[in-house]
Design a protein around this ligand. Sequence first.
Ligand code: PEP
Ligand code: MN
Length: 343
Amino acid sequence: MIIVLRPDVTEEQFNHIIEKIESHGLRAHISRGTERTIIGAIGDESVLRNLPFEAMPGVENVMPVLKPYKLASRTFHPEKSKITVRDVVIGGDEVIIAAGPCSVEKGDTLIRTAVQVKNAGAKMLRGGAFKPRTSPYDFQGLGEEGLKLLVEAREVTGLPFITEVMETRTVEMVSKFADVLQIGARNTQNYELLKEVGQTDKPILLKRGMSVSLNEFMLAAEYILNERNHNVILCERGIRTFETSTRNTLDISSVAVLHYETHLPVWVDPSHAAGHWRWVNPLSRAAIAIGADGLLIEVHIDPENAWSDGAQSLLPEKFALLMKDIRKVAEAVGRTVSAGEGV
Ligand code: PEP
Ligand code: MN
């Protein structure tokens, strides 16, 4: 920890700060400049984390040297983590594409969509059975019935699936069906839910909340890791900004920062960032170019009649084109994207 003192710090204030540091078993390294004195607290600075040095008279600024997240950080785990879901490896050279409808609907839309996305090269299926909708009057998801439809689609296509779990009460039930549990943007900082999914043996796709900083995002992942579930995928899905031409603003730089700071695979959801299918292809290309390990994309066989997020859902033909486009970008950056069966 580095403590910068005010120019007018008194001898008494200075001695008090040094005493505080030393009484916690750390050594104070003092550097006296012409204008400022800087103190470096040497040793295990985590013991100082809850001490409000900023509150002490004579202190101008405090800078921690260590990151507040440990298990998620590259310091703790220098190599990039790989996560295996059935026969799919996430975090390797292959960029994994998960595609499917926003919500699981009654009827055969899920299966028909699943077959098409598989043919185009998707390695995983997505679909929500529990939906976090802005309005209580909107479709809330089929619940357990939806999970059963996802299992059926997995049996037909062989694609493992990602599905959202919204509350602690349903974690056990959803885990019985799902291959990957999704924590949605509205629950990124639902710490009880994070702890609960941290106790399952399922990989977790943790989405970034629309107003969550990257530091807060990594600390949210830390909650899951701290429960001994090490299989966490971080997913950027756009944040709230002043811009209104897209539903959210895709914070593309987050992919580079998260890769630098953490060892966890980083995915991008261009659909929820865009809010309109037109931007999904270019945002996907950008995501692959910057190093995303996977994409979560909404695809629907009949977007006009989708039960949720139709505007941002791609028709299967458009998805197949997107797959062709991102394959070229992947190749340019030394990655691969599956060709599927339809190419
Ligand atoms: C979703 O994936 O359908 C979803 C609701 O996403 P988010 O939590 O990112 O809004
Ligand atoms: Mn959606």
